[in-house]
Design a binder for this molecule. Structure first.
Ligand SMILES: Nc1ncnc2c1ncn2[C@@H]1O[C@H](COP(=O)(O)OP(=O)(O)O)[C@@H](O)[C@H]1O
Ligand SMILES: [Mg+2]
Length: 313
């Protein structure tokens, strides 16, 4: 039944379940277009109300403070400090196995910090009440590494799943929302297709439609272009920007695709597997001129612009 990857309903709430949340009874409200406006307004109101609160300056959606992440005794990363601003496209970069997906799982509340804290809209995830946490999780849409569609369901059924799970919308409203989401990602008319009948790029876009089903304020992508050809990857980048611009969503992308980073990232965080902490955070241009040679050389495709002849890694 399960496809080649994990399923996320509206992301965090439906995922692996290592963090109990009571989102099942939450109600989404009403039809497609209204939902989009509602979540945008909610995000704005909540952020506006936070001025001066301990965890959030007005333009910060996330603040990660002195975060140490560990599995048992194994410390994956320590002393992470960065913020994600409202409406930006924020990349998390770093070598394979350095902890990018682990960080994403912390940011959506599936894993608890070993030390430090993660603030979302001024609230500390770990200290939030179950109700507050459920409300926070409902605002996240996640596209997990690998894609995440149920192969035995049509695209429409896949997109409809979170609506069925987390809302009380009527059948006709659900159908309208599904049509809207599929058309937003350029899959108008493909609702009756099964994942096996469409290309990898289209599967990714359908996964994005499902991640957006509940109109999240924040969209998370774990290596969205993995396995895609350059043209599909470029189209997905364009779609991510389009979602951010039209829905007012904040986007967090795990990726080390330099073409994507330079094309769409506002800022990026560079995790260093060797020192188990962050090496740099900043705009792609700042990172390309970082004082940290590993970051600078990576961002310049293996060539150090500060070296006379250009030294290759
Ligand atoms: N559930 C887990 N239990 C124990 N170790 C894990 C678990 N998930 C990941 N790891 C380890 O944590 C490190 C970071 O993994 P991950 O966050 O998946 O890296 P990345 O996404 O950057 O490739 C790796 O060494 C991985 O083997
Ligand atoms: Mg990963």
């Amino acid at each position: 039944m399960r496809s080649n990857c994990d399923i996320s309903l509206n992301g965090a709430a439906g995922a692996a379940g290592d963090f109990p949340v009571g989102t099942g009874s939450a109600s989404c409200g009403t039809g497609g277009g209204v939902l989009v406006g509602a979540s945008k307004k909610m995000a704005g109101d909540a952020v506006g109300a936070l001025a001066g609160s301990p965890g959030g300056l007005s333009d910060e959606i996330f603040r990660v403070e002195n975060l140490t992440m560990a599995y048992g005794d194994y410390v994956v990363m320590r002393d992470l400090n960065f913020s994600v601003k409202r409406g930006e496209i924020f990349f998390i970069m770093g070598g394979s196995g350095c902890g990018k997906s682990t960080l994403l799982r912390h940011m959506i509340g599936l894993l608890k910090p070993a030390k430090g804290a993660i603030w979302y809209m001024g609230k500390n995830f770990s200290e939030a009440s179950d109700d507050d946490r459920a409300g926070m999780l409902r605002q996240f849409g996640v596209l997990y590494q690998g894609g995440a569609l149920w192969t035995s369901m049509t695209l429409a059924e896949n997109v409809e799943l979170p609506l069925r799970e987390f809302t009380n919308v009527s059948d006709s409203d659900a159908a309208d929302i599904v049509d809207l989401k599929l058309s937003l990602v350029g899959l108008n008319g493909f609702g009756a297709f099964y994942p096996s009948e469409i290309s990898g790029g289209m599967c990714k876009r359908a996964g994005l439609a499902r991640a957006m089903a509940l109109d999240p304020s924040v969209l998370f992508f774990d290596e969205p272009s993995a396995g895609l050809d350059p043209i599909s990857s470029h189209r997905l980048d364009e779609l991510i920007v389009q979602m951010r611009d039209s829905l007012g969503a904040t986007v967090v992308v795990v990726s080390h695709e330099l073409a994507s980073i330079f094309a769409i990232a506002d800022r990026a965080l560079f995790l260093d597997a060797g020192s188990h902490t962050q090496a740099a955070v900043g705009s792609p241009r700042e990172l390309a001129d970082s004082d940290n040679p590993a970051v600078r050389i990576f961002m310049n495709r293996g060539v150090d612009p500060r070296a006379k002849e250009g030294s290759r890694l």
